[in-house]
Design a binder for this molecule. Sequence first.
Ligand code: NAD
Ligand code: UD1
Length: 350
Amino acid sequence: MNKHTVLVTGGAGFIGSHACVELLQAGYGVVVVDNLVNSKAEALSRVERITGKTLPFYQADIRDKPALTEIFAKESIATVMHFAGLKAVGESCEQPLNYYHNNVYGTLVLLEAMRDANVKQMVFSSSATVYQPSATGEYSEDFPLGAINPYGRSKVIIEDILRDVSAVDKIKQNGAPWKIALLRYFNPIGAHECGMIGEDPNGIPNNLMPYVLQVAIGKLRQLSVFGNDYPTPDGTGIRDYIHVVDLVKGHIKAIEAIESDKFKAGGCHAYNLGTGKGYSVLDIVNTFEKVTGRKVNYQFAPRRTGDLAESFANPERAARELDWVAEKNLDDMITDAWNWQVKNPQGYVD
Ligand code: NAD
Ligand code: UD1
């Protein structure tokens, strides 16, 4: 028998599609809403093939209240996993209004539709970018918030909205309190180990791993390593890379926690999803070459504006309260990312 049904916004995207697989395999019903602004419906067909289950899909924008109202009326949704959003930092600096409209207003419309349908459980895709830069590079959930670009600020604003919504007195909330998990992702990479779903960036990738993949497969000439004068052991930037399958397993744990006594009183709880380990850009290049046997041509280039020297999670709260730890190592992340790239050199072709 199905566990309850989860509405996955942005379910055709990189992380959302992996979440759909994990949810279906864990026995949840899944319904997807996505406007395909940064994804293809083919990803959802692949999810169906991997799991052998059908996946109801509504091609709609989360800012379309009537469309959402119809979905909540038709499907019996208990929880929303909210991935839908725009996520490119550089683009957010060029198009701040578009980012705030899509991410912040979109979430407001979704919350109104949820409230009207009396669905009050949400797992939200937040980001490590919500934190103020830290001198040590390590972030715990109680570290001060303060993003430095419109994308990051859209996440901080949404977190604030979710904290306000969930703080309303339980009695005033039609009996049940809001139960919300804010999951702050560090750097998700990798792909499902079958190689049928993965990250399919539009145009030239902004992020390190998809760029490395495209250099290794010959689509791009060489990687620019942004900065080799950071105060890190090899001078290049350090990040906490996490396998996307580990990441989405954290989402299943968050739903389990929401439905357990831990969330009985309701409220909004933040969790870092990271491994707690940092790797430099050169660690990534060297490990990539070791694991795949492919050469990654690179040159050093100036630092990228807005980049930090080092960023890694303190993941202890998720271990303690969600019973979740990342299990896959960097070799697994790179092996699975490469498997996806080799099997799908053009990404998804609809
Ligand atoms: P993605 O772009 O692959 O997926 C987002 C999905 O949302 C896409 O399928 C897109 O078409 C859809 N979407 C966007 N706006 C929409 C709208 N208004 N209505 C309906 N659908 C809409 O990105 P992803 O990497 O899977 O990220 C998922 C979430 O996780 C995003 O909210 C992102 O900000 C957050 N996040 C991602 C990372 C990362 O490194 N990938 C890190 C931290 C947080
Ligand atoms: C970026 C976003 C962050 C978002 C995260 C999602 C910026 C400034 N930050 O984080 O908001 O949550 O993606 O994963 O865009 N690098 C290179 N060459 C490249 C690309 C990257 O050297 O071509 C370096 C970067 O300088 C950094 C590391 O690789 O040190 C990782 O970069 P990236 O994958 O873009 O992630 P973040 O910058 O951590």
